[in-house]
Design a binder for this molecule. Structure first.
Ligand code: KG4
Ligand code: ZN
Length: 332
């Protein structure tokens, strides 16, 4: 079984081929970040236009570089939501056209399921139940993966996503979009104990997050500071984010009794977050897994793999689906 994965939910045009026999045999990503540096964030119409320009050349490259043939594809797995509608529509059109031309079935995938399953690509021993901390530019959720295909959100942000907070603080610090990796780089030379930024909802009983107050508090703090203080701000901000993510994640593990956790999505590329989670997990006898760095941010490998899992475990596959800008992972 060979599955072509297509991902165009936001600002990465991505294609991959996952084979039942050989695992991931082809993988390409074209990131649009350079287009959005001057805007400080994704502009949906520009993103959609760029997907439309890049997706066919990317497909040609993928096939040329891997030596794979379109006629060896048995299924097409594509992101049907959630995401930007204009971006999703490009992937949808390409997926539906290829499915007709090649006479193969479509597997519409919820993008979040891709992130939740991403670490399983590498760790064959990783099986549900496990808890997923999904931290990206659009989402911050604690999800229980009860079995493949069954997901329950037990905590989430009530305002900004944590990747969005990294990006906004990056902008305040004069860094280019996306701010996450740059804030984290700047933080390497900073004192994380200098500013005590708020850990919102820490004393609440629930597993929810809030990051908008943290961003505002960074803004007010900066009014009194010089550029030379910015590394300390970046380090203290990063520590506040990691502290609250770890606190709620391990609380979720205690509440559910599940001792296997994964962390995925763009922010899971953050090295400090990985270190802190690993350290606490080791102390508490919990196993923690991450996708490889390149499968933390948006990619089509995880979408092809999610399609593979849906076929392998005979999970439901929706027909005639229209792209969905909003699509809760519990509704799959
Ligand atoms: O999963 P992703 O590629 O796209 C979405 O689905 O949103 O995540 C992108 C987000 C951006 O907000 C980016 O700043 C953040 O992930 N990010 C990071 C790091 N690398 C990417 N945040 C903190 N530290 C990083 N090293
Ligand atoms: Zn994503």
């Amino acid at each position: 079984m060979n599955i072509l994965g297509i991902e165009t939910s936001c600002d990465e045009t991505a294609l991959a081929i996952y084979s039942e026999e050989n695992g991931l045999v082809a993988n390409s990503v074209h990131s649009q970040v350079d287009l959005f540096k001057e805007y400080g964030g994704v502009v949906p119409e520009i993103a959609a236009r760029d997907h439309s320009l890049k997706i066919i050349p990317l497909l040609e490259n993928l096939l040329n570089e891997s030596g794979e043939k379109l006629k060896s594809i048995n299924f097409i797995s594509y992101t049907a939501g959630p995401g930007l509608i204009g971006s999703l529509l490009i992937g949808d059109a390409v997926a539906k056209t290829l499915s007709k031309l090649l006479d193969v079935d479509l597997i519409p995938i919820n993008h979040l399921e891709g992130h939740i399953l991403a670490p399983c690509m590498e760790y064959s021993e990783l099986k549900p139940p496990y808890i997923c901390l999904l931290v990206s530019g659009g989402h911050t959720q604690i999800i229980v993966c009860e079995s493949f295909g069954t997901y329950k959100v037990i905590g989430e942000t009530i305002d900004d996503a944590c990747g969005e907070a990294f990006d906004k603080v990056g902008k305040l610090l004069g860094l280019e979009y996306p701010g996450g990796p740059k804030v984290s780089k700047l933080a390497e030379n900073g004192d994380a104990k200098r500013f005590n930024f708020p850990r919102a909802l820490k004393s609440e009983d629930n597993l929810d997050f809030s990051f908008s107050g943290l961003k505002t508090s960074v803004l007010y703090q900066l009014e009194e500071l010089q550029v030379s203080d910015y590394p300390d701000v970046a380090a203290s901000f990063q520590e506040a984010v990691i502290d609250i993510l770890a606190f709620k994640l391990f609380k979720a593990s205690k509440q559910t009794g599940i001792k296997k956790i994964i962390c995925s999505g763009g922010v899971a590329a953050n090295k400090n977050l990985r270190q802190v989670l690993k350290q606490i997990a080791d102390e508490e006898g919990i196993e923690v897994f991450y996708p490889k760095f390149e499968y933390c941010t948006d990619n089509a490998a995880m979408i092809a793999y999610a399609g593979f899992i849906r076929k392998k475990y005979n999970l439901s596959i929706e027909k005639n689906i229209f792209p969905r800008p909003r699509w809760a992972v519990e509704e799959i």
